[in-house]
Design a protein around this ligand. Structure first.
Ligand code: C5P
Length: 398
């Protein structure tokens, strides 16, 4: 997803700079080229030698390094990237950026650049909470600069609170989001996927055969069009795509809570195979045979219908809500009725009779049911179905 992308990486002086070394490796694994720039203070935390070895190119450090000026010039350096990432972004660096100060190579690049900038702040909790930093964060956000983190947790200085630099996977996700362009850039879309697991006792559960393949493909296709995707997934067979925010859940109730926490959104696509019932009398301890031949009786309670709940929200309903309908007969009629019953905008309906080979397979043959009627799509790979659906969502949100 980052293949061919050029990142100008500015490393400022903070203990979190050690995580930046791993960030460089992960960026390069994904095909990005990383041009490193370090502040003088950063050199106290990681060595230019390590940074340049990991980047596979020299570290830029000095504004008045004539060789650099002759080769490239600091203005050009600032503009030759697709994205400028500052990790760690210290309180001092952010203050300089907010004030437009350019007194060394990194701050001059940041003032001269016309490419998007992403900051991964890292600082002591009191510095993060200081009114000056609060003002600077507001100013920077207002200037269109993106921030990832900081997170709350134990800090190297021994204190606890917000100020820890975001973890490398979070920074990678933010980089993918920041680089995404396409018709869905700036749109936030929630996608549910996979089965749910409903516990019987701490070691047993009721599940279904959903692999999560179609939901994962949809999340990937939406992200590829530039959407910020929140991917709420049950325990699926396939790994979540890169570049999406992943919320892992097990049960239907957890899935509903995660979806509600992920809103507001411009659209929601409910591709998960949610269990209709959960075990109402799930045991707190592992159930055991007691030797009497008595069999346990499971009692069921109805799970919340996530699609219907979100479709019928009085306030904050996503403008486009898409549900799925897996049917085994009369697909169009049943799916059209389901669309009305649940209150969603579109239904992607398919025939999952065993003969179709769709459940667990790589292909899908769907109908798109909208207010205008039913459209039959040809048999396509699940990836192609996802791409078509993502393109339709982009049209609808345009
Ligand atoms: O009613 P049925 O399960 O056939 O509806 C399928 C659609 O409803 C899918 O989009 C599925 O993700 C969603 N659903 C849900 N919560 C449930 C059951 C289904 O969101 N409890």
């Amino acid at each position: 997803m980052l293949s061919g992308k050029r990142i100008l990486l500015i490393i400022a002086g903070g203990i979190a700079a050690y995580k930046t070394l791993d960030l460089i490796r992960r960026l390069r694994e994904r095909g990005a080229a990383v041009t490193p720039v370090m502040t003088r203070a950063a050199e106290q935390f990681v060595t230019p030698l390590s940074v340049s070895a990991l980047c596979g190119q020299k570290v830029f450090r000095d504004l008045f390094d004539l060789t650099d000026e002759a080769e490239m010039g600091h203005i050009q350096l600032s503009r030759s990237a697709d994205l400028v990432v500052v990790a760690p972004a210290t309180a001092n660096m952010m203050a300089k950026m907010a004030g437009g100060i350019a007194d060394d190579l990194p701050s001059t690049l940041l003032l001269a650049t016309d490419t998007p900038v992403l900051l991964a702040p890292a600082m002591n909790v009191r510095m993060w909470g200081h009114p000056a930093t609060r003002r600077n964060v507001d100013t920077l956000r207002g200037d269109g600069i993106r921030l990832v983190g900081p997170n709350e947790g134990d800090m190297a200085c021994g204190e606890y609170g917000p100020g820890r630099m975001a973890e490398v996977p979070e920074i990678l996700d933010a980089i993918v989001d920041a680089l995404a362009d396409g018709p869905l850039a700036g749109r936030r879309i929630v996608v549910t996927s996979g089965p749910t697991h409903e516990p019987i006792d701490p070691v047993r559960y009721i599940a279904n055969r959903s692999s999560g393949a179609q939901g994962t493909a949809i999340a990937r296709a939406l992200a590829a069009l530039g959407a910020e995707v929140v991917f709420v997934t049950g325990p699926a067979d396939v790994a979540p795509p890169d570049g999406v925010t992943v919320m892992r859940v097990e049960t239907a109730q957890q899935m509903l809570a995660a979806v509600q926490a992920a809103l507001p959104a411009d659209a929601a696509v409910f591709a998960a195979a949610v269990a209709d019932w959960r075990v109402a009398n799930a045991a707190g301890q592992k159930m055991k045979k007691d030797g009497t031949g008595m069999l346990p009786t499971l009692e069921f309670a109805e799970n919340p219908d996530i699609l219907a709940t979100v479709s019928q929200m009085a306030a904050g309903r996503p403008p486009l809500v898409v549900g799925f309908a897996a049917e085994t007969e009369d697909v169009a009629a049943h799916a059209t009725a389901k669309r009305a019953r649940k209150g969603c905008d579109w239904i992607v309906a398919n025939d999952v009779s065993p003969a179709t080979g769709i459940m667990g397979g790589t292909e899908n043959e769907v109908m798109l049911i909208t207010a205008e009627g039913a459209e039959t799509w040809p048999r396509l790979s699940k990836t192609e179905v996802a791409e078509r659906l993502a393109a339709r969502i982009a049209e609808a949100l345009a």
